[in-house]
Every structure is written in structure tokens, then in C-alpha cells.
Design a protein around this ligand. Structure first.
Ligand code: GAF
Length: 385
């Protein structure tokens, strides 16, 4: 892979890059649609990465090329970078350069070539990986020495304002801050975090990722709609964010919402967020106690809440979860934004093949595209190679 990005750079730009930086995709163990409600998330990095080979330029021009997209490099004068231009994939790295410069950081031109093994449109955070690889490359090349959480915030700003996708902070923080063998317990309100050891193999367990190959399009308005529903719920309850609603006060909050708003969608979204934050707390407590197997039912409960209350699942994701549980999985849930994409399945090592085969057969029987299955191993966050 490193070879690919380096060689790709040479082939496109006719010179060596100054370095190659890698940033991973992620799965989220639990804590879904909680980040933009100031809540808790628990992602871990995948071994799948975006590699960015990069070198500085002195003429104020940004050139961007991807190994996955045939054709010449984009050539963008830095002074002309502005939100809203339709650059396809290039909007993500261009947006990062824009965000760094908007923050007043001394970033000049660059040649960048990217190569990725993160599946796109699979809910595995390929966009954040692209942003963080670009951001880390520029941060190091221009001697900015950005702390990882600041880098993640700038990448999120690129996606929110330059690309126009109102995502939370989870994916950028996962790519920038995860460490091998750990799941990241992140408080999205102030970015305080803890690396929680997550060694499934030592417990005789495996985690499968099942990419349904239903392409999710988070930017299509549904994600933004859920976010607005959460904000409407918080406003009706008179709190700055749903993080302020304690699990113990949920029934009171729901009755208050019923009295103040005639909107069952808002009510159900609030219930999801409050119960999901609680599930994260419970999962952390179980992992700290070494009770990894006991996490399974909480994952499945999280899926039911995303399916029934938050309504961001789809038939294929539900089929993965139901089939995996029926075949003996300890727990299963969709992961990421939803509307397609991937599910995670916690299994006993000895049941891995049986559960995987059951999911594949169920997809075939239902006439769906064959899903892609792989094992999720908690891997390193962004780094220079
Ligand atoms: C997407 C977003 F980018 C994240 O910020 C998060 O909200 C997630 O959906 C849902 O948990 O990945």
C-alpha cells in the first residue's frame, strides 16, 4: 500500500513525495447518532486506510489525484478554494486545506496522491480517513504540529462547511486518535477520551463487519433530518443538547415532549439518543470488568433502537442482524450513519464461519447482492509511514 501511494505519486507528478501518511476507516462499537448530541461514542480503527503521498509546492497551487479515479490531477489555486464547488472526492482534501487556511494556519500549496483500501459508501468512514490523511500530511509538512483533536475538528469543519455534510465529530476523531488494540471511549461534548483495551482474540471472540453493499448517501438529507429532529427535541425540553437528558428522567422528558410537541419522530429520536448514551456507559463498564461477551445484547438493543426509534436501518441491515443472532451471534448492530452500509457482529471464534455463512445464504435467498464480510481488528490511528 505505501508502495502504491508513493509509486502513484511518482507516476502522476514525476517526482518523489516528501512523505506518506495513513489514516484509517472505523467501525463504531456502540454510540450511534449521539456525537452531534454532545454524547458518547466508542469507535475503533480498521486496518483499512487511506494513504496520502504528499509534497509541498511553492506556487500556491493544490494538486490532487486519486489512484481510484482515472484521469489527470485536479489543479486548484489555493486562493480560489471556496465551499460549495462540486469537486466529487476532491472536495474532501480540498476542504481540509481550506479549513486549515481559514483557521489562519500557514499552509501553502501541495501535490497529493491518495490510495485507499477503505470501502466507500459502506459506512466505514472513508471520507474522514481521506480528510485526516490529508490534514496530517499538511500539518507535518508545514510544521503546524496540530494536536489530534484540533486536526479532527478542522477536518469536521471541512466536511460540514466545504462539502456540506453536517456530520458530528466521531469519524474524524476515530481516524485521528484510535490506537491499536483499543476502542476509543469519546465524550463528543469536550473530546475527552480514553483508550479502552479491546482484545477480542484473547477472549476467544471475533467481530465481523458485514458490508451490505447498499450504498448509503448520508448527504441526501435524511441524516440532516435526524439531526434537526434531535435539535427540536432539545429545544422543546429547554436543554442545549440531548446529552443533558439523564436516562433516569427519560419518561418525564417524553411526557413533556408529548405535551409540547405533536411530533412522534422527535419523541422517538430523543428516546434513542438517551438510551444509546446509557448503553455506551454500560458497554464501557462491562469492558472494564473484562466481561466482553456480555456486551452482545447491548449491541443488539442498540440496533433495535436505531431501527425502531431512530429509523435509520434498512431491510438488508436488519437481515444481517436477525440472521446473525439466529445463527448464534452474541450481538449485532448496524454501524455508522445507517440507511445502508455495514453491520458489526460479535461472535464466538468457533461460530465465525457458521454465522458468516448464514448471513451470506440469507442474502442470496432474499435476492440481495452478496455482502462483503471481513474481521474487524482494532488498529492504529493516523500516522506517518
Ligand atoms: C456518520 C457521521 F459522520 C458521524 O458523525 C456520526 O453521527 C454517525 O454517522 C452516526 O453515529 O458516520
Amino acid at each position: 500500500m505505501t508502495g502504491d501511494a508513493r509509486e502513484g505519486f511518482r507516476a502522476v507528478y514525476g517526482a518523489d513525495p516528501e512523505g506518506v501518511w495513513a489514516a484509517p476507516g472505523r467501525v463504531n462499537l456502540i454510540g450511534e447518532h449521539t456525537d452531534y448530541n454532545d454524547g458518547f461514542v466508542m469507535p475503533f480503527a480498521l486496518p483499512h486506510t487511506v494513504h496520502a503521498a504528499a509534497a509541498r509546492r511553492t506556487d500556491g497551487v493544490l494538486r490532487l489525484h486519486s489512484g481510484d479515479v482515472p484521469g489527470a490531477a485536479y489543479q486548484l489555486p489555493l486562493d480560489a478554494l471556496a465551499p460549495g464547488a462540486d469537486g466529487g472526492w476532491a472536495a474532501y482534501p480540498a476542504g481540509v486545506v481550506w479549513a486549515l487556511r481559514e483557521a489562519g494556519l500557514p499552509v501553502g500549496g501541495a501535490d497529493i496522491h491518495v490510495a485507499s483500501t477503505v470501502p466507500t459508501g459502506a459506512g466505514l468512514s472513508s471520507s474522514a480517513a481521506l480528510e485526516v490523511a490529508t490534514g496530517l500530511a499538511l500539518s507535518e509538512l508545514y510544521g503546524l504540529d496540530l494536536p489530534r483533536d484540533r486536526l479532527a475538528r478542522l477536518c469536521q469543519r471541512a466536511e460540514n462547511e466545504f462539502v456540506g455534510m453536517p456530520c458530528g465529530i466521531m469519524d474524524q476523531m476515530a481516524s485521528a486518535c484510535c490506537t491499536e488494540g483499543h476502542v476509543l471511549h469519546l465524550d463528543a461534548r469536550d473530546l475527552t477520551r480514553r483508550q479502552v483495551p479491546f482484545d477480542l482474540a484473547a477472549s476467544g471472540l471475533r467481530m465481523l463487519v458485514v458490508d451490505t453493499r447498499v450504498k448509503h448517501t448520508l448527504a441526501d438529507g435524511a441524516y440532516a433530518g435526524r439531526r434537526r429532529a434531535c435539535e427540536a427535541g432539545a429545544a422543546a425540553l429547554g436543554v442545549p443538547s440531548l446529552r443533558q437528558v439523564a436516562y433516569e428522567d427519560l419518561d418525564t422528558a417524553l411526557s413533556r415532549l408529548d405535551a409540547r410537541l405533536d411530533d412522534p419522530q422527535v419523541r422517538d429520536c430523543v428516546r434513542h439518543v438517551v438510551t444509546e448514551n446509557r448503553r455506551v456507559e454500560e458497554v464501557v463498564a462491562l469492558l472494564d470488568a473484562g466481561e466482553v461477551r456480555a456486551v452482545g445484547p447491548l449491541l443488539s438493543a442498540g440496533h433495535a433502537s436505531l431501527r425502531d426509534d431512530f429509523r435509520v436501518s434498512c431491510a438488508e441491515l436488519d437481515l444481517v442482524v436477525d440472521t446473525a443472532l439466529g445463527a448464534g451471534a452474541l450481538g449485532a448492530r448496524m454501524t455508522g450513519g445507517g440507511f445502508g452500509g455495514s453491520a458489526v457482529v460479535l461472535v464466538e471464534e468457533s461460530a465465525t464461519e457458521k454465522v458468516g455463512a448464514a448471513v451470506t445464504s440469507a442474502f442470496e435467498a432474499a435476492g440481495h447482492l452478496a455482502p462483503q464480510l471481513f474481521e474487524a481488528v482494532p488498529s492504529a490511528g493516523a500516522q506517518r509511514l
